[in-house]
Design a protein around this ligand. Structure first.
Ligand code: SAM
Length: 261
């Protein structure tokens, strides 16, 4: 088909077979999986995923792509398309509606809203088995960064507190039509079990992490002064002279617990 890719929808269609195969093999869909694809586009991933899983639910915002996608999928498996902005799709309700415990989510994401999509998905982490996403490599680096790294920040802490984040492989611009300006990478995110989740209010963790990284050159004592004082920071076993990027995700959980006292 070869529709003209729309910049406003972040359309960069994958065409290199070996990368399509590597992504599908990383996902390894099985016949009883409930696979949800975000942004199927022209179906580069949809059709092989559908062939392996037998059925698939795809969420696509661009109406123009849907009829052709459905026509091509008809002989491959049972494709259901939700025409919507993915940020408006309630994944928990979708799983309930289909009587499944956990969804497997995948997608070569539209880069203009990649962070909002990641945060939207982790809000529904309890209804998700795993996620495989193509993103800008720079975003994957930030997601998986460890304390002390230059790119460790809010995204790293907030995602690592609820998911295991595994960068899988890099995909060069030439694998897409049109080529994006930057390298891309595929990442796997696996939601943690209930017993591994932070034992503190998520909203409070978010407030603290946001304040800490908003002024990452300042000491924590300074950056958090509107949220908690130096004594409270010390009570969480954290040095108020430390900087945001040196704290582990668990340090932030302890700060949130003390701030709630
Ligand atoms: N999966 C295809 C591929 O790999 O060739 C297309 C990937 S392209 C990078 C991103 C896709 O997401 C496009 O099909 C685009 O129309 C769709 N999209 C953009 N914004 C969206 C949104 N808010 N909700 C759902 N889909 C969206």
């Amino acid at each position: 088909m070869n529709a003209r890719p729309k910049k406003s929808f972040g359309q960069h269609f994958l065409h290199e077979k070996r990368y399509i195969e590597r992504i599908v093999s990383a996902i390894s869909p099985r016949a009883d999986d409930f696979v949800v694809e975000i942004g199927p586009g022209e179906g580069a991933l949809t059709l092989p995923l559908l062939a392996a899983a037998g059925k698939l639910t795809a969420i696509e915002l661009d109406t123009d792509l849907i009829p052709d996608l459905k026509a091509r999928a008809a002989s491959v498996g049972e494709l259901s398309v939700i025409h919507s902005d993915v940020l408006k799709v309630d994944f928990t309700a979708l799983a309930h509606r289909h009587g499944v415990e956990r969804l497997r989510i995948a997608g070569n994401l539209p880069y203009y809203i990649s962070s909002p999509i990641l945060f939207h998905c982790v809000e529904h982490a309890h209804a998700i088995q795993d996620m495989h996403f193509m993103l800008q490599k720079e975003v994957v680096d930030r997601m998986a960064a460890e304390p002390g790294s230059k790119v460790y920040g809010r995204l790293s802490v907030m995602l690592q507190l609820v998911c295991r984040v595994e960068p899988l492989f890099v995909v060069p611009p030439g694998a897409f039509r049109p080529p994006p300006k930057v390298d891309s990478a595929v990442v796997r995110m696996t939601p943690l079990g209930a017993d591994q989740l932070p034992d503190a209010d998520p909203a409070r963790i978010h407030t603290i992490v946001k304040a800490a990284f908003a002024q990452r050159r300042k000491t924590l004592g300074n950056a958090l002064k509107n949220v908690m004082d130096a004594q409270a920071i010390m009570a969480a076993d954290v040095d108020p002279k430390a900087r945001a990027e040196t704290l582990s995700p668990q340090d932030y959980v302890r700060l949130a617990r003390v701030a709630a006292e």
